[in-house]
Design a protein around this ligand. Sequence first.
Ligand code: ATP
Ligand code: MG
Length: 452
Amino acid sequence: MSENRKVEKIVGVKGMNDILPADAPLWELFENTVQSVLKSYGFQQIRTPIVEPTALFARGLGAVTDIVEKEMYSFTDSMNGDQLTLRPESTAGVVRAALEHNLTYDGPKRLWYAGPMFRHERPQRGRYRQFHQVGAEAIGFSGPDIDAELIMLCQRLWDDLGLQNIRLELNSIGDADERHRHRADLIAYFEKHADILDEDAKRRLHTNPLRILDTKNPAMQEMVNAAPKLLDYLGEESRAHFEGVQKILRHNSIPFTINPRLVRGMDYYNRTVFEWVTDQLGSQGTVCGGGRYDPLVEMFGGKPTPACGFAMGVERLLELMKASGEHFARNQCDVYLVHQGEEAQMQAFVLSERLRDAGLDVVLHCAAATGAGSFKSQMKRADASGAAFAVIIGEDEVAGGNVTVKAMRAEEEMNKQVTVAFDKTVEHIVDQIVGAGEHDHDHDHEHIHYHH
Ligand code: ATP
Ligand code: MG
């Protein structure tokens, strides 16, 4: 007799989510749309490792950032003592790879990536410890045209995904010299209002005062709103660059508002910064952030190379897609194959492969040790699969050299069940599908059905 000890279940890591089959169609639709939009602008995909040397982020993102200060999953490789980190974002890794493989040797490169990122934050709606980003990095471009192109690419993606109510906020944070002059005035201003500063702000006052402008603390809003604005410190070149971006956006009817307080989290940004924001996701309303980061390549030891990019939060965008009221679902298959008896099972295997050869998605009922189960229980599975057709092979069918095809979605009783010669089954089902124009069987478009 085995002991009746209860085995404790192991559950997943807090803030790291399983993406279940019910959500897979939504993810796939998002990923496919992203891929085709990026391709339509000539961007090429790059895939970098999830683990990078900790130094990459410490140097690239700047020491006084939320990410480096408190959000990184860092560990020591017990085999060799290397300091490693699960990537909290991908710009640093992509730039490292571009440099390591000299990708810009023959000119600038338009790159994009997608994948999981890791940040040790307090999990809440729209904020997770493993989350996903899609991003683009245009490396080696110095003009305002690429900044505008990246923004227009995002706009096209929102349109293709059917997302409205995402607005663009734009700012320029100038160059290092301009920020330096602004910084001195900013510190003086904050010192005058020291009584209003919270702990975070006090700590950052002399390390990274610009980040105080980024505060989410309501008690500091009014004071921060009246702080010296970086825009007033821009030199001629920065101003011309910023004007250039705006001119292209206006010419292409992309609406935006200038938000002088928009600074972005990472230290490596300069000049253009932008965020796409929605009011529909509560306080986690930023779905995409980006900007220019001309100093980064040099910070990693490369030749001075201007660059610009963005990263979007996939979970937040998917939540917006769900909120749009559309229902994303997909049937498991086109045909469910029901069988009983050994010979029938052999025939079912052969037929399922022929149906797949014809481009159909087929689920072949798999037997338990005790047999395939009653027709009734198999038909229940067939129904639950969402298949348009069940093909039934039993003893009678084997004897007659035929199969029974049941149209699971037919309205009229008389059309529901027909006997078809075994060798004509594929042809019969394909004809039915082609004939049913109103059926959403669109094999070029990976059969996702949209229901309102
Ligand atoms: P926030 O101010 O919300 O913390 P951030 O400035 O840290 O955002 P970025 O590093 O610019 O965010 O990342 C780009 C996008 O990735 C964000 O706009 C957001 O949509 C998404 N994102 C960032 N952190 C998370 C997270 N922990 N969970 C889910 N999505 C996230
Ligand atoms: Mg953050």
